[in-house]
Design a protein around this ligand. Structure first.
Ligand code: GDP
Length: 338
């Protein structure tokens, strides 16, 4: 989005002021980078990055650079951009130690934990309007058609070879479960979504109890050979006790392999604190960050893992069912830095 580009402009401007101070083989001192890092911090906070996350990033950039010389063959600016890139990568769950360059590699930071001898169960939670039901449909389609067996990829291969070798697919048989019984419209929405992507939807209307629905859905999945069960749970306007209690009950019953919180990127660092709150209340395994196509400022993408300790696993990039991608920290770091 344009806001992300703005964050990039501000960051580059701040970092480029370093170049005016430092030439090749000059030692990087606290004094010489102070104004630049102040600018970087401001750019991060303007992009609605959580303040602790911003400070951790700054500290990391400092410890990567202070006391070192500006390397031959690169400018001070380039050296700082690389330090910033590595820090962003680590913060978002990537691995700066294995990142060869600022180019996108191929493996996302976190993929789903699939089970072998029973259907894999994924619970989707979130506040109303975050895009939870849409995400359920997107994830179903993704697992049905595009889930890639990253374990089968040889990480030694360069990216071109990986792309050329056509990654093996794990096409899954998915059952969508409508457990948001408080809004008849939500059940209907999921049924329509399911039909459009040709994925079966299990629903029992609004009279049944969500825990019973989830239990029956699991039974059906086991009996009929589904290997993945996606449960769309109820959303509320705010986090309340009833919502958490219900989620906990469903969790105890279906023992999910993944509990994913769907959060809206437009809410910036709110998305990060929400993820932390859901995790401490019910325990989650990761987040799906929606509406990354919108005018979001990047604060959510940068902050979620740093604040909650939980990785972003997927991002939503539009309203259509195909608009879902695994979260690549390296690609996001490159986008933020231009
Ligand atoms: P729920 O209440 O959390 O189940 O939210 P919905 O799935 O009904 O989505 C709420 C609104 O957000 C709908 O208008 C969706 O089309 C829209 N939406 C969901 N995900 C995305 C996304 O990744 N990008 C955009 N632009 N819109 C989205």
């Amino acid at each position: 989005g344009t806001q992300l580009n703005m964050m990039f402009d501000q960051l580059t401007e701040a970092i480029s002021s370093i170049a005016k101070q430092l030439g090749p083989k000059q030692k990087i001192t606290e004094a010489s980078v102070k104004p630049a890092l102040r600018g970087v911090r401001r750019a991060l906070l303007d992009a609605d990055v959580n303040v602790n996350v911003a400070d951790t990033l700054i500290d990391g950039v400092k410890s990567r650079s202070l006391g070192k010389e500006v390397m031959e063959g690169v400018t001070a600016e380039q050296q700082f951009i690389k330090a910033m890139y590595d820090e962003l990568l680590d913060m978002m769950g990537g691995d700066s130690a294995t990142a060869k360059s600022t180019q996108q590699t191929y493996k996302p930071a976190a993929t789903l934990a699939f089970t072998k001898d029973k259907p894999t169960v994924v619970l989707l939670a979130g506040l109303q309007g975050a895009g939870k039901t849409t995400a359920a449909g997107k994830l179903a389609l993704y697992l049905k058609e595009r889930e890639v067996d990253y374990d089968a990829v040889n990480p030694e291969d360069d990216q071109e070879t990986q792309l050329a070798s056509k990654l093996p697919k794990r096409q899954r048989k998915v059952l969508l479960v409508a457990a948001d019984v408080y809004r008849p419209a939500a059940i209907k929405q999921l049924e329509i979504l399911g039909e459009s992507i040709q994925v079966d939807v299990f629903s029992k209307g609004t009279d049944a109890n969500p825990v019973d629905i989830a239990r029956e859905a699991l039974q059906k999945a086991a009996n009929e050979g589904y290997d993945t069960v996606l449960v769309d749970t109820a959303g509320r306007q705010i986090i309340d006790k009833d919502l958490m209690t219900e989620l906990k009950r469903i969790k105890e019953t279906v023992k999910p392999d993944e509990t994913l919180l769907v959060v809206d990127a437009m809410t910036g660092q709110e998305a990060a604190s929400l993820t932390a709150a859901f995790d401490s209340a019910v325990g989650i395994t990761g987040a799906i960050l929606t509406k990354m196509d919108g005018d979001s400022r990047g604060g959510a993408a940068v902050s979620v893992r740093g604040v909650s300790g939980k990785p972003i696993k997927f991002v939503g990039t539009g309203e259509k069912t195909a608009d879902l991608e695994p979260f690549y920290p390296d690609r996001m770091a490159s986008r933020i830095l231009g």
